[in-house]
Design a protein around this ligand. Structure first.
Ligand SMILES: Nc1nc2c(c(=O)[nH]1)N[C@H]1C(S)=C(S)[C@@H](COP(=O)(O)O)O[C@H]1N2
Ligand SMILES: [Mo]
Length: 539
């Protein structure tokens, strides 16, 4: 009688240990996957450090001071280590919980994932894609925990360690298997899954370290960079260009809020020392330029609003920044385009290409080989160290990031990345306007309601913005002075709204007198058209 309970106690302890191990491996694999996804999708963000940042945000200043006093500059490392430790303990608890009450551990893992998601999406530097990291992490952790805990139940070390035929035990479903029969197989099943999970986590960790190292080297080079002052300074922002309307898009988009669109699964991390730009193709002489040579050129600073062809009516794939760069036409002049050339295929380090009309790069507009964005070197996600910016053209035919080559060619011989994929070879930006406030679906006080937003017709300029209520007559909005015809402009309008639901529409007219088309068309193949329409309720 004495050895039996001891054996069973030992077995129970073993089972607790294995279930804790299952939790640690499941959550560890999830965290490793999350870190890897984040490193690839949004180099500025790691779910673990985002969680650390969120902790710092909610911790009272006195505690922060104490932490700095105790740990000095190691305070961040201590914080990350503490988060690691708490995660480890929670993971073990989740594993044990899941084994005792199936489902409870999964809920715990899900909650941790939700905390990670909240932390990541509220970080300013997070790209929208970064949300995938905690979501993927939680999904993997939950899935793996479920598999491991089921296999553990099948193996059932409690039962296996018990002398066979202990009466009474066989009635509970968990202890129903005759030990020694299926046990070795089930044991292998559990241990295999556990080992696989641990190995996967280790591989993901190693890959993350390599990716992060490349990113931090580029980041270091970027921080060390001093941008030259522009020879041609930016146009002054006219007084009144930025309207005092709460919730309106800022006239100049801060870098962390700037939309990001590209096909790069891994953000290229180029070293400025190794960077070169080649001009090839239909040219009198091939030219090659390194980064130091580029920085030594007379720079131009210009506000230019760039936009994505995929932007839906009312969408936010558009932003206005102050770009610093050397005019593309100067480089092309050094190379000397040959007769017959009508396109420049700009090539990214990752092989992505854009086809830009040679004309748009040589007609005197401020098409730049840009190195600066809003007073800083280009952020890695926005093309560090050099990208192209061409006023008036959608990004897919002009705004090549991580630029490495300009091939002078012909539309008849070459095509940019998106053209064979159903998008037009030419992509001039269409006149568009957007209502920023009130937000769609908002409830407002009946009477005079303040509307505000932006309108754009790059390189043509905006002449007029009008609004209409419930398809009534068009009423002209107040237009703020624009920085240039290459930037968007803000507008505002006070509209009288009686009680009830109203549909408000906006339309812009470019400086050539052409109003934006009313007909709704999808983004493909060359940009969406139609009026931005919002519904608000007065009452
Ligand atoms: N290398 C590279 N450059 C690229 C792209 C890309 O996929 N790869 N996408 C383009 C598109 S479609 C747009 S709209 C702009 C977006 O620039 P941003 O991410 O800096 O806002 O970059 C352009 N440059
Ligand atoms: Mo785009």
């Amino acid at each position: 009688m004495i050895p039996a309970p001891r054996l069973s106690e030992r077995a129970a302890a073993a089972r607790t240990r294995w279930s804790a191990a299952a939790g640690v491996v499941a959550v560890g694999s999830g965290v490793a996957l999350g870190e890897l996804l984040a490193a690839l999708l949004s180099p500025g963000v790691s779910p673990v450090t985002a969680l650390g940042g969120a902790v710092i945000d909610v911790v009272p200043p006195a505690v922060k001071d104490l932490a700095v006093a105790w740990f000095g500059t190691a305070d961040k490392a201590v914080l990350i280590a503490s988060i690691g430790l708490v995660t480890l303990v929670l993971a073990a608890v989740a594993g044990i919980l899941e084994d005792r009450r199936p489902g409870a551990g999964l809920v715990l893992a899900g909650l941790a994932g939700a905390a990670g998601l909240a932390a990541v999406v509220t970080r300013a530097q997070a790209a929208q894609l970064a949300a995938l990291a905690p979501v993927g992490a939680a999904m993997l952790a939950i899935g793996l925990l479920r598999v491991l805990s089921r296999r553990l139940a099948l193996w059932n070390p409690v039962d296996a360690a018990r002398p066979s035929g202990t009466p009474g035990d066989s009635k509970t479903p968990r202890d129903s298997r005759t030990p020694g029969e299926a046990a070795p197989l089930a044991r292998r099943g559990f241990l295999q899954a556990l080992g696989l999970g641990a190995a996967g986590a280790a591989v993901a960790g190693a890959v993350t370290a390599v990716v992060r190292r490349a990113g931090s080297l580029a980041d270091t080079a970027r921080s060390a960079l001093a941008l030259p002052a522009p020879k041609t300074t930016a146009q002054a922002i006219p007084a009144g260009a930025a309207l005092d309307v709460a919730g309106i898009s800022p006239l100049v988009t801060p870098n962390p809020d700037f939309y990001r669109i590209d096909t790069a699964l891994i953000v290229p991390t180029l070293s400025p020392e190794d960077w070169t730009l080649k001009v090839t193709g239909l040219v009198e002489r091939e030219v090659e330029l390194n980064f130091a040579e580029l920085l030594a050129k007379p720079m131009t600073a210009r506000h230019v609003t760039i936009a994505c062809v995929s932007n839906e009516v009312g969408g936010d794939l558009i932003g206005n920044a102050l770009w610093l760069g050397w005019p593309v036409r100067e480089l092309l002049a050094m190379a000397g385009p040959r007769d017959g050339a009508d396109m420049v295929l700009s090539v990214s380090s990752d092989g992505w290409t854009a086809g830009t009309p040679l004309e748009a790069l040589t007609d005197g507009r401020d098409a730049l080989l840009a190195v600066g964005m809003n007073g800083e070197p280009l952020p890695l996600e926005h093309g560090f160290p050099v990208r192209m910016i061409v006023p008036g053209l959608y990004g897919y035919v002009s705004a090549t990031k991580w630029l490495t080559e300009l091939k002078v060619t012909r539309f008849a011989d070459d095509a940019g990345y998106w053209t064979p994929r159903g998008w037009s070879a030419l992509g001039p930006i269409k006149t568009q306007s957007r209502i920023d406030v009130p937000r769609p679906g908002a409830t407002v006080t009946p009477g005079r309601v303040q509307f505000g937003g932006v309108a754009w017709a790059q390189h043509r300029g905006i002449a007029k913005v009008e609004l209409r209520v419930d398809r009534g007559p068009w009423q002209q909005a107040d237009l703020a002075p624009g920085i240039s015809k290459d930037t968007w402009v803000q507008w505002r309008s006070g509209l009288d709204l009686g009680p009830g639901q109203h549909e408000i529409q906006v339309r812009a007219t470019d400086s050539g007198g052409t109003p934006q088309p009313e007909q709704r068309t999808p983004p493909a193949p060359d940009g969406a058209t139609g009026y931005h329409t919002v519904t608000v309720t007065a009452g």
